[in-house]
Ligand binder design. Structure first.
Ligand code: ZN
Length: 58
């Protein structure tokens, strides 16, 4: 089972898999800032900006 990095859409509140994938070790590495990423939600089509703290493993 591999975990996938996901975010929760800021427009519709549904979760979707982040286009950027990191393993847990890389995610926990503070040098990976993973900030200011713009993702398009596959559920509602809205573009949102996601910071590192918006990401979680699903
Ligand atoms: Zn959405």
């Amino acid at each position: 089972m591999s975990e996938q990095l996901a975010v929760r859409c800021k427009s519709c509140g549904k979760e979707f898999t982040a286009p950027i994938q990191l393993d847990r070790a890389s995610f926990n590495d503070p040098t990976n800032v993973l900030s200011g990423n713009s993702y398009v939600c596959p559920h509602c089509g809205q573009t949102g900006s996601y910071e590192k703290e918006d990401h979680f493993f699903a």
